[in-house]
Design a protein around this ligand. Structure first.
Ligand code: RBF
Length: 377
């Protein structure tokens, strides 16, 4: 395990990290889906309910098909990882006549998620509850114990050995490494301080142990001198706070910033645009959001995974009890290098260097374990 030193600054939400040795298209598709006939969409967080007419409770119980529910731990809008989840599940359901899906937004109060999932399970309506984020396996495990027939399909989290739960998570060490590598190459070419930024919605084990160190590791593979200024918004929606944190980082020398903060990402991109800094996007292709400012997109294929695993479930073949991990070589994590806005924003020299890394990862010539160990073939 590689060593990561952290220095807490006065704000408590501001860290310098240095290792010593060492989509727009989606939104359109999503809203088309959600407004299409047959899409139930319930805002459990805000209280407003817009459930679709054809997604009625009880459907599926009479052998007509399966009733599924997507529980979004937060809100869909502004969080590409959730947008992809909804799109993928909906596609699988659309292909299976008689099956239905309802999307429930759990809202930002994390303390309410377990009781909301409990209500969904207690209703007895949904054969499968689908969700996504690293906090969900523990919550669903506790609900599963009370409802032994309830099944769960969970992404972006891990739990093995519970016969009611299947999980799939992504190799975010590789995803973050790709982000750190392009960020450092771009910063290096810009000259000045070898300093990057990362703005997170909150701290959680996957962030602290995998994403942040992976980002730093990728940057230091370019030059060991690189450091990462890590700051935390404290929620997944506050664009004003995101902008404030990013502006402060830029004043202190950060050249490229990686925002992983849901709706707060918009503030980061605005501050970068105003302050002459660049942004690397995470989870989906972000080049179109601010062409010229977004210089990299390290993506997850959560739409693909959600489609495939929901389909597998509908075919009766989802291996409950298992926990899968997928990375670049498996085709579920990648770097978007063929977008015209990437080609226009980043010099050929830098693109060539990034391409070498991307190719090695895609071919499996290089893989990164989650603890950061590099495996070369
Ligand atoms: N990512 C988002 O984009 N939006 C969210 O609302 C969001 N909420 C999260 C809540 C918790 C409790 C945790 C642990 C993570 C959350 N994430 C969210 C981060 C997400 O799981 C993932 O790490 C990032 O999207 C990077 O792939």
């Amino acid at each position: 395990m590689k060593k990561v030193e952290t220095v807490l600054c006065s704000s408590g939400a501001h860290r310098q990290v240095r290792r010593g040795f060492g989509a727009l298209v989606f939104r359109v598709a999503l809203f088309a889906l959600l407004s299409a006939a047959g899409s139930g969409y319930v805002f459990a967080g805000g209280g407003a309910e817009k459930s679709g007419s054809s997604q009625t409770a009880g459907q599926g119980l009479a052998g007509k098909g399966e009733s599924l529910v997507v529980f979004v731990p937060g809100v869909v809008s502004g969080s590409p990882i959730y947008e992809m989840l909804v799109v993928g599940v909906q596609k699988a359901v659309d292909e299976k006549p008689g099956s239905t899906v309802k999307v429930v937004e759990g809202g930002f109060n994390q303390a309410e998620w377990e009781s909301k999932i409990t209500s969904l399970a207690a209703s007895g309506v949904y054969q499968l509850i689908i969700s996504s984020n690293p906090a969900m396996p523990a919550i669903c495990q506790s609900v599963a114990a009370k409802f032994p027939k309830q099944k769960f399909l969970l992404f972006d989290g891990q739990l093995e050995g519970n016969p009611q739960i299947y999980t799939l998570r992504y190799n975010q060490r590789e995803q973050a490494y790709l982000a750190g590598y392009i960020a450092a190459l771009v910063a290096q070419q810009a000259g000045g301080a070898k300093k990057l930024g990362l703005v997170a919605g909150q701290e959680y084990p996957a962030m602290n142990d995998i994403i942040l160190p992976g980002y730093l590791q990728g940057a230091q593979a370019v030059d060991r001198v690189f450091s990462v200024d890590f700051r935390v918004v404290g929620n997944w929606y506050d664009a004003g706070k995101g902008s404030e944190l990013a502006a402060s980082m830029i004043r202190e020398g950060a050249k490229v910033i990686l925002p992983i903060a849901g709706g707060a990402n918009q503030g980061v991109i605005q501050a970068a645009s105003d302050g002459g800094a660049k942004v690397v996007w995470f989870d989906v292709n972000g080049y179109g959001i601010k062409p010229g400012v977004v210089v990299g997109s390290a993506i997850l294929k959560q739409d693909r995974a959600a489609y495939e695993k929901t389909r597998l479930y509908l075919e009766g073949k989802l291996p409950f009890g298992k926990a899968e991990l997928v990375g670049v070589a498996d085709g579920y994590v990648d770097f978007v290098d063929d977008d015209p806005a990437y080609i226009a924003a980043v010099s050929e020299t830098v693109r060539k260097q990034q391409a070498e890394l991307v190719t090695r990862l895609r071919k499996g010539a290089l893989t990164l374990r989650e603890d950061g160990t590099e495996v070369r073939k």
